[in-house]
Design a protein around this ligand. Structure first.
Ligand code: HEM
Length: 429
């Protein structure tokens, strides 16, 4: 295939005769080159892009004046082959890299063209002779300009290719997300049907009068109640994640005392812990805890989720609640530590993603939506904190930690303004 420079030369009618004329012209033009450089650099700093691209001050301009003369010499002594094309392409690319728009290179070439025409006028008073040189000069300037501009095209293509790749990846991610969501929907429909079937089945038994004793009836009603509660928690999770996805999660931030929060949350998992023979330790008991700024209901929801998970996935040992001031964030760090089955390091980030469950088997056994940690992360972030997972005691189990801003600190105020400006209005509704 014909190379770019050969194609341009053919198009411009640039042949051996032009090469010969330009080579003759070279020595005659040499004396004008310093002035060309002066003229060039007295004009191009006025280009709109100049302030941004000339960052090296006078020293840079002085150096560039030399470089420009070198470039101009090349016009007259060039071999006009692939190496020449590459050199001009690289000069053009240098301008792409400094962020100069192509239109300024084109107009700057006009400065060169005008100046060199003036030189020809002085050198060749006879118009027919001047015309011959002028034509060849014009061709080589066109050639150079095209070669320099080719680098802009190349950069655009590269940019588009990179963008394409990004889009392809985004597309794959979307397809993956959609697949995960489909799987989630299939799973959650099953999860919803289970307690609903229990409720329907048990109430029908009662309504059909199939219970022998009032005690038996109460037993069934207790099951109906537990199933309804379970169903409600599933529905709540789905509503929460829907609100979060739509950016409409409302928080009511206020000063709260962590003691009250801990005292009202721990008992909610105490029975499950005792039933499994686990020790539930509140290691914050003796501590003087600072006031925090959070949404009490939502923070309790997060803490309860962490404690429930800890109890659920710990067959033996203990679940402990800890708190301390974290440096350097100056926030309260709350930790739920367990001696359970643990989460491998490579999954410690994944578990916070929406619709991703630890493993199909595990989440199915746990009978939840698998959304708890994703919801928790968003809630904690909306309150201005962070949440993460580390190794549990002696490398066993897990330690899930979260941070909450202290009341009255800048961190407590800053969250919504810098993280989710467009959602600000919905916070604290
Ligand atoms: C016909 C048009 C132009 C020619 C022939 C030309 C020529 C050159 C050459 C030969 C170099 C050195 C390249 C290298 O280091 O490899 C260069 C660099 C540069 N040119 Fe141009 N230039 C032109 C237009 C412009 C314009 C319009 C601007 C700004 C308004 C500009 C700003 C620069 C800058 C900022 C650099 C890089 C400076 C550095 O390396 O310190 N050039 N130019």
């Amino acid at each position: 295939m014909e190379s770019f420079i050969e194609e341009m030369k053919r198009y411009l009618g640039f042949g051996p005769e032009d090469v010969a004329l330009l080579r003759q012209l070279g020595p005659r033009m040499e004396k004008y080159l310093p002035e060309l450089a002066e003229r060039f650099y007295s004009q191009i700093p006025h280009h709109p892009n100049a302030q941004r691209v000339f960052t090296g001050g006078e020293a840079q301009i002085a150096r560039l004046k030399q470089t420009l003369q070198h470039w101009a010499r090349g016009l007259f002594t060039g071999t006009y082959d692939e190496a020449y094309a590459e050199d001009r392409f690289q000069i053009g690319y240098r301008h792409v890299l400094v962020g100069l728009e192509q239109k300024y290179v084109i107009s700057a070439m006009g400065i060169v063209r005008t100046f060199l025409s003036e030189c020809l006028l002085l050198e060749f008073p006879a118009s027919d002779e001047r015309l011959r040189y002028s034509r060849s000069l014009s061709k080589v300037l066109d050639l150079d300009l095209n070669l320099m501009c080719e680098s802009y095209m190349h950069a655009t293509m590269q940019g588009l290719r990179a963008l394409n790749l990004q889009l392809e990846r985004a597309n794959q991610d979307l397809a993956e997300a959609s697949r995960t969501k489909d799987e989630f929907l299939a799973h959650i429909s099953h999860e919803l049907r289970t307690p609903l079937n229990s409720i329907l089945g048990f109430t029908k038994l009662i309504l059909d009068g199939l219970c022998q004793t009032p005690e038996e009836e109460r037993e069934l009603l207790r099951d109906v109640f537990a199933s309804a509660q379970h169903l409600l928690s599933l529905v709540n999770d789905i509503l929460d994640i829907g609100r979060i996805e739509a950016g409409r999660m409302s928080l009511h931030l206020e000063e709260i005392h962590p003691r009250a929060l801990f005292d009202s949350t721990l008992p909610l998992v105490a029975i499950q812990a005792v039933e499994k023979g686990l020790t539930l330790r509140d290691e914050t008991k003796q501590m003087a805890l600072p006031l925090i700024r959070a949404d009490e209901v939502r923070l309790r929801q997060v803490l309860l989720n962490l404690l429930t998970n800890a109890v659920k996935y710990t067959p033996a040992g203990h679940v402990a609640l800890r708190a301390r001031l974290e440096e350097p964030s100056g926030m309260l760090r709350i930790e739920v530590e367990d001696t359970g089955i643990g989460i491998p390091p490579e999954l410690r980030e994944v578990v916070f993603h929406k619709y991703i469950q630890l493993s199909g088997g595990q989440s199915r056994r746990s009978g939840g939506t698998g959304l708890g940690l994703a919801i928790s992360r968003r809630l904690v972030e909306l309150m201005g904190g962070r949440i993460g997972i580390e190794d549990g005691p002696e490398g066993r189990g897990t330690c899930v930690w979260l941070t909450v801003p202290l009341a009255g600190t800048a961190a407590a105020q800053a969250e919504y303004s810098d993280r989710e400006p467009h959602r600000r209005a919905s916070i604290g509704e």
